[in-house]
Design a protein around this ligand. Structure first.
Ligand SMILES: Cc1ncc(COP(=O)(O)O)c(C=O)c1O
Ligand SMILES: N[C@@H](CCCC[NH3+])C(=O)O
Length: 434
């Protein structure tokens, strides 16, 4: 069995006992925690945090909570010196309850409620990324009523195509997010914020999209934003000290995928911003980045049990597992492709066949892996692992068909512990009002 190392968590090994992650056999995890389950390699997660911190030393890394956040992961992030980008009261509270100080948080959202903004201000959130004209008034009023000024960034859509799926493209002109550069909206927002009594404009922000595989798009955005920073000094006499280039770096999902590494990307961005600032006659700002997928994605596999196998003469073989679009919406939403491997049985036949792994939900689009190479003697009860499922899987999990959401089990040094427990049917039915 070949496990491409760029797809699997760093500590994955394959031996006579099947697959092991963090020194724990996946078959043992299935027995103890059941399936479906997310298995998270803590060492890999922490190593990725450190790689980002080191690559952007002297700048800020705010991990994007939306990719996946829970109490213990928020603590790991804080211990590794990363801040967190939150985009709702729920994410904000998860981070705060885990002991992450407000000063390590950035708040995002195109429709932050007055209550969320007030909560953020009360928790001393370092930066609010202002996303709309309505929010300028709303946040300024809230901060003024509390007798202070909130430090903010302006979210700019710089008109840069990220070459990713349309549903996760955010940096082109016509977006619900932010203020467009080409229409003059970003310039107007800057003027209004500079005049707003409750706001202190400290920098600019852009986020081009997600699952981006081309480093050049970040460089193009950086150039445009630095030029807007220079304009802001000329027009308003305001020197912006911060530049947040968002998240979006992609990862490999299939063996043939090649994703840029942060160790190559960071110097490219930092050097380009240096040069653009020198050309524009402004000092180098403190940079920030907001990786979500590039940290969480490769650290986790989803473990499923095979429930039914439908072999059709002349047509494909359907292998159905005990999860599906309730734990992975990405194939249905973005046509995302994955691979799978047998996780436990070792006496599998060497010959493989191509099958479609599907979920158990009442949707024909409920595909887990469209074309998986699995042993030809796959049987009911076999365990299957799907790599690269740490970002936007558990965080977008849902209760379709009243399916309880899977747990997240962290593994490290031969030990496993729950970081998110499995939902029970009682949890799922709890909100029903009889
Ligand atoms: C503002 C913002 N920052 C960061 C991210 C994280 O993106 P990714 O997980 O692709 O790195 C997102 C999501 O795309 C986002 O909307
Ligand atoms: N949910 C998306 C990423 C969206 C990022 C949100 N800004 C995905 O799975 O690819």
């Amino acid at each position: 069995m070949h496990l491409p190392p760029h797809l699997w968590p760093a500590t994955t090994t394959h031996g006579p006992d099947g697959l092991t992650i963090g020194g724990v056999r996946l078959s043992d995890l299935a027995e103890e925690f059941g399936t479906p389950a997310f298995v998270l390699d803590e060492d890999d997660f922490r190593a990725r945090c450190r790689a980002w911190r080191e690559a952007f030393a002297g700048h800020d890394v705010f991990y994007a909570a939306k990719a996946f956040l829970c109490h213990q992961v928020a603590q790991w992030l804080h211990e590794e010196g990363l801040g967190i980008d939150v985009c709702s009261a729920g994410e904000l509270r998860t981070a705060r309850r885990a002991g992450v100080p407000g000063a390590s948080l950035v708040l995002h959202g195109n429709n932050k409620s007055p209550a969320e903004l007030a909560e953020a201000v009360d928790h001393g959130v370092a930066l609010v990324v202002v996303d709309s004209h309505d929010e300028i008034t709303r946040l300024s009023d809230i901060a003024t009523r509390r007798g202070g000024r909130q430090q903010v960034l302006v979210r700019v859509t710089p008109g840069v195509e990220a070459h990713t799926h349309a549903h996760i493209t955010t940096g082109t002109d016509d977006q619900k997010f932010g203020f467009s550069l080409s229409t003059g909206s970003a310039h107007r927002a800057i003027s209004r914020i500079v005049d707003a009594p409750g706001l202190e404009l400290v920098g600019l922000h852009s986020h081009l999209g997600s699952q981006i595989l081309r480093p050049d798009v970040f460089v193009t955005a950086a150039d445009r934003l630095v030029s807007l920073m220079a304009d802001t000094v000329r027009t308003h006499g305001v020197l912006l000290r911060r530049l947040d280039l968002g998240g979006g770096l992609g990862i490999a999902y299939l063996p043939e995928d090649e994703a840029p590494d942060v160790r190559g990307l960071a110097p490219l961005i930092i050097e380009r911003v240096h040069k653009a600032c020198a050309d524009g006659g402004i000092p180098m700002p403190r940079l920030a980045v907001e990786p979500g997928r590039a940290i969480a994605g490769p650290t986790t596999v989803t473990l499923y049990t095979v429930g039914t196998i439908k072999r059709q003469r002349g047509l494909r073989t359907w292998v159905s597992v005990d999860g599906g679009l309730s734990d992975n919406l990405r194939p249905a939403l973005y046509d995302a492709s994955y691979t799978a491997s047998l996780a436990a049985r070792t006496a599998a036949r060497e010959t493989e066949e191509t099958v479609t792994v599907c979920g158990r939900h009442c949707e024909s689009g409920d595909i887990v892996v469209d074309a998986a190479r699995l042993p030809a003697d796959l049987t009911i009860g076999d365990l299957i692992a799907v790599p690269a499922s740490g970002a936007y899987h558990r965080s977008m999990a849902n209760n379709y068909n009243a399916q309880p959401r899977p747990p997240v089990v962290a593994v490290r040094d031969g030990a496993a512990r729950l970081v998110v427990r499995r939902e029970t049917l009682d949890d799922v039915l709890r909100l029903d009002v009889p």
